[in-house]
Write a protein that binds this ligand. Structure first.
Ligand code: LLP
Length: 417
């Protein structure tokens, strides 16, 4: 079931006609299908089908509190990487007891905030971090539940900028230091050792890297259990991809792998999916300002830009693109570069794309933009953060108003010196 599709040549998101909506609110904007998010969550849960598997949504993928609320109500727990994300998840009604706290650089204040809010688990990534967590836990007179994020030294075979599981990456505790780290957790009075976690990368579209990572975890768990340590939880991280280029996503195989792993390990198994739950649910709607022809190219200059969606610029990412209203003509498709108004050559949303002929004012949809879209946006060129809309059936809600330049100016002051 797809909730985002053209009907009678008009883009519909669930029951909402996007061209009609865009006539009433400013472009560009992000729009999300709540039914898609719920369906993705349920499909993952069903694929895994194991009572000891817990799903934590990686908030970094989409941190709008309405999105967190949809997933939270569906039963998702939250994977956060900052106290900002924790405050968002709390605001969405999810208690700290349903959150894991990941990240390489947690500050004392963030650790304290997490512990005061009854965090379910802190995934610690280095030996000095263990000292910091213990120090804060002593001060607060609490015990901190710790999983050690280990670096399994597995190649996720994904884009270099989103690969995390190789020893040369900054993430996790090196394989050779894991046992020492477990002993350290055991020796620190205010830490409780819960288990291990690993995350090898993002946008992974075949199961082999997950198989490799699970095998490495199994090996380490056996070694630790052999040494008398109790392992109650293992996180396999996030990373399951979405079909940006029509790839087949091996959801069933991934589910089977996780199921078998939970059976074998006889402990809780955690997942931290971000992109898989929200990526396909979101669309960036933008409008053509000018059609510009040069000797070698045709450009659609649109009102959305790299500050709104930086993935194409940063990762050479490909997002499917279409016209919101598909003109019902047999006109030959044109090849366009779809670019924003920002003063950088890297400011493009797509290059060399075939699209039905476009003119000024046409609406363009950038699909699969629900993950790492709005959350990675910036205000470069003094553009402002754009609006976000949530669809539920025939209903729409503005879940983030566009920020105005006036609001930006209120944040700044000119000193008197
Ligand atoms: N867990 C940890 C510890 C992570 O670092 C990440 C993502 C996730 C879970 C969720 O991964 P996912 O299921 O979404 O693949 N901005 C990049 C992706 C960066 C991912 C960072 N970590 C992009 O737009 O492709």
């Amino acid at each position: 079931m797809t909730y985002i599709a053209h009907k009678n040549n008009r883009l519909m998101i669930e029951g909402v006609d996007i061209a009609n909506l865009a006539a009433t609110i400013p472009t560009p904007f992000y729009i999300y299908s709540s039914a898609t998010m719920r369906a993705r969550f349920q499909s993952l849960k069903a694929a895994v089908n194991h009572p000891r598997v817990k799903i934590f949504f990686a908030v970094k993928a989409n941190s709008n509190i309405a999105v967190l609320s949809v997933l939270g109500k569906e039963g998702a727990n939250m994977d956060i990487v900052s106290s900002g994300e924790m405050k968002r998840a709390l605001a969405a009604g999810i208690p700290g007891s349903r959150m894991v706290f990941s990240g390489v650089g947690k500050t004392d204040d963030e650790i304290a905030f997490a512990l005061q809010n009854d965090i379910y688990q802190i995934n610690a990534e280095s030996l000095p971090e263990l000292d910091a967590i213990n120090r804060v836990a002593v001060r607060l007179n609490v015990k901190a539940p710790i999983a050690l994020r280990v670096n399994p030294d597995v190649d996720a075979k994904t884009h270099a900028k989103i690969s995390t599981g190789k020893d040369e990456n900054k993430f996790g505790i090196s394989w050779d230091h894991v046992e020492e780290a477990v002993r350290k957790v055991a020796s620190l009075p205010n830490l409780t050792f819960m288990g291990l976690s690993a995350h090898i990368g993002s946008q992974i579209t075949n199961t082999q890297p997950f198989v490799n990572s699970a095998a490495r975890m199994e090996e380490m768990v056996a070694r630790l259990r052999g040494a008398g340590h109790t392992i109650q939880r293992i996180s396999l991280g996030g990373g399951l991809g979405i079909p940006y280029r029509g790839e087949t996503i091996p959801l069933a195989d991934f589910g089977k792998l996780v199921h078998a792993f939970a059976e074998k390990m006889q402990c809780d198994v955690e997942l931290e999916p971000g992109r898989f739950l929200v990526g396909e649910a979101g669309v960036l709607i933008t409008k053509v300002i000018y059609v510009k022809k040069t000797n070698s190219k045709q450009f659609l200059i649109v009102d959305g830009a790299m500050n709104d969606l930086i993935r194409p610029t940063l990762y050479e990412a490909y997002h499917p693109i279409g016209k919101v209203i598909e003109a019902d003509t047999k006109a030959t498709p044109q090849t366009y570069d779809i670019v924003g108004p920002i003063c950088e050559t890297g400011d493009f949303l797509a290059q060399d794309r075939p699209l039905a002929p476009c003119q000024e004012g046409d609406l363009i949809a950038i699909f699969m933009a629900g993950a790492y879209g709005a959350t990675m946006s910036s205000m470069y060129n003094s553009r402002s953060l754009i609006g976000e809309v949530l669809v539920n059936g025939n209903q729409t809600a503005i879940i983030r108003k566009p920020l105005t330049i006036e609001q930006q100016l209120l944040w700044e002051t000119i000193p008197t010196f």
